[in-house]
Design a protein around this ligand. Structure first.
Ligand SMILES: *Cc1c(COP(=O)(O)O)cnc(C)c1O
Length: 387
C-alpha cells in the first residue's frame, strides 16, 4: 500500500461563496423553492447565451428527463430509442411512463450512440430519441436532429455529462432538440448536491414541466377568470410529482455556475496532461472534441488495448492498491438484469458497447485534484500496466 492518502475517484469543489450563500438561505427563512431557485434558472439561461430560453430547475436530472418525456406525451405503446452505454436513469424514466425502451449500440470511436443504428431501430411506434453526450463529448446532434425531422420524432438530450460541451461552437442545450437535461449530482461538472435543469425553447413544454414539477398545481388556470388570485388558492390539474429544487441547493448552483468556465479549463488541462502522459502506453485514449469545440471532461475513460497484458478488473485492483480510486462507466444496460430480461437482450446485439465495457476504466479527473494528484494517477497507471 502507498503511504500517501487514498485519492478518491471524484470529489466536488465547494468554495466559501457557495457556503456563504447556503448560510444566507438558511438565515433567510426561505429554504425550499423560492427566489434562489428562480435566480439560478435565470443565470442558467444567461450562461447558455439565450436569456429567453426556458430553464426549469428540478431536484435531479432523472426528474428532468421524466418531466420532459411526460410533457411530450410519451406513454404506453410508445418506443423511445437510447444508448445501451449509459446510466439506468436515462432509460428508467421511459418505463415510469409505461412506454418501452429500444437500446442501440455505440460508435466505438466516440462511445456515443451511433446515429445509423438509431435510424435502423425506428418503427411505427417510435416517438422519441434520447441521445447521451457520453463523458462530455457531444453526440452528432446535426445527424440526430435530421433523423428526428425526417421521421417526425421528438428528441430529449441527456446532457448529464455535457456542461459545458459544444458542437460546432454551439453549447449543448441550444442545439434545437425538444428539451435538454443537465445534472448537478455530486460528481458532475458542477453540483448542487442533488439537482438538475430542464432546458427548452418550447414554452408549452416548460409550462407543463413547471406544473408537474410540483404536484400538478396550476395557478395560471385561475388567472384567466380573475385578475386577483388569493394567495391560498390553487388548482390541481394532474397527479404531478415532487421534483422542485430547494433554495438551499440553488444557492450552491448560483456560485458553481459562475465558476464553471474555470472548472472547465482545469478539467481540460488535466485531460491534456493525461493525453501527453499516456500516448506511449497500450491504451485507447478517450476521443477529444473537434478543433474549436469544448469537451466538458466529466469523465476520462481509458480502454486497455490489445497489448496491455492485464485484465480490466485486475487493473482497477492495482490502481486501488496504489491508492487511486477508479470506476467503470457504465455496466451497459443490456447486461443489467431488469433491462436484459425485459427485452431479452444479448451482448452480441451490442458488440461495441460490450467490448468497450470489458476494457474500460474511468480514472480520477476533477477540479479539486492538485498537479501532484494528477502525477500520482499517471504513475499509478504506468505502474499498473507494467507490473
Ligand atoms: C448522473 C446521470 C443521470 C442522472 O442524474 P441525476 O441528477 O443523478 O438524476 C442521468 N444520465 C446520466 C448519463 C448520468 O450520468
Amino acid at each position: 500500500m502507498s503511504q500517501t492518502p487514498f485519492l478518491p475517484f471524484a470529489l466536488p469543489e465547494i468554495g466559501d461563496e457557495e457556503i456563504a450563500e447556503v448560510v444566507d438561505t438558511l438565515r433567510s427563512g426561505w429554504v425550499t423553492t423560492g427566489p434562489k431557485a428562480k435566480k439560478f434558472e435565470t443565470a442558467f439561461a444567461e450562461f447558455l447565451g439565450e436569456p429567453q430560453i426556458e430553464c426549469v430547475a428540478v431536484n435531479s436530472a432523472t426528474a428532468g428527463l421524466h418531466l420532459a418525456l411526460e410533457a411530450l406525451g410519451i406513454g404506453p405503446g410508445d418506443e423511445v430509442i437510447t444508448t445501451t452505454h449509459t446510466f439506468t436513469a436515462t432509460a428508467e424514466v421511459v418505463r415510469y411512463l409505461g412506454a418501452d425502451v429500444v437500446l442501440v449500440d455505440i460508435d466505438p470511436k466516440t462511445l456515443n450512440i451511433d446515429p445509423k443504428l438509431v435510424e435502423a431501430a425506428i418503427t411505427s411506434k417510435t416517438r422519441c430519441i434520447v441521445p447521451v453526450h457520453y463523458a462530455g463529448l457531444a453526440v452528432d446532434m446535426i445527424e440526430i436532429l435530421d433523423i428526428a425531422r425526417r421521421h417526425g420524432l421528438r428528441v430529449v438530450e441527456d446532457a448529464a455529462h455535457a456542461l459545458p460541451t459544444t458542437l460546432e461552437k454551439e453549447l449543448i442545450g441550444t442545439m434545437g432538440s425538444d428539451a435538454t437535461v443537465f445534472s448537478f449530482y455530486a460528481n458532475k461538472t458542477m453540483t448542487t448536491g442533488e439537482g438538475g435543469m430542464l432546458v427548452t425553447r418550447n414554452a408549452e413544454l416548460a409550462r407543463r414541466a413547471r406544473v408537474m414539477r410540483l404536484h400538478g398545481i396550476n395557478r395560471d388556470a385561475f388567472d384567466r377568470f380573475t385578475a386577483k388570485v388569493p394567495s391560498w388558492y390553487y388548482e390541481i390539474v394532474a397527479p404531478g410529482f415532487k421534483y422542485n429544487l430547494t433554495d438551499i441547493a440553488a444557492a450552491l448552483g448560483i456560485h458553481q455556475l459562475k465558476r464553471l468556465p474555470g472548472f472547465q479549463l482545469r478539467r481540460e488541462a488535466i485531460a491534456q496532461r493525461y493525453h501527453e502522459a499516456f500516448t506511449d502506453l497500450p491504451l485507447v485514449l478517450p476521443p477529444r472534441a473537434p478543433e474549436g469545440d469544448t469537451h466538458s471532461w466529466h469523465l476520462y475513460v481509458l480502454r486497455l488495448a490489445d497489448g496491455a497484458g492485464i485484465e480490466r478488473d485486475r487493473f482497477i485492483e492495482r490502481m486501488f492498491e496504489l491508492g487511486i480510486g477508479c470506476s467503470v462507466h457504465y455496466i451497459p444496460l443490456h447486461l443489467q438484469p431488469y433491462w436484459r430480461e425485459r427485452y431479452g437482450l444479448k451482448p452480441e446485439q451490442f458488440p461495441h458497447s460490450q467490448k468497450a465495457y470489458e476494457r474500460m476504466v474511468s480514472i480520477p479527473l476533477y477540479t479539486a485534484m492538485t498537479d501532484a494528484d494528477v502525477e500520482r494517477v499517471i504513475a499509478a497507471v504506468r505502474g499498473s500496466l507494467a507490473s
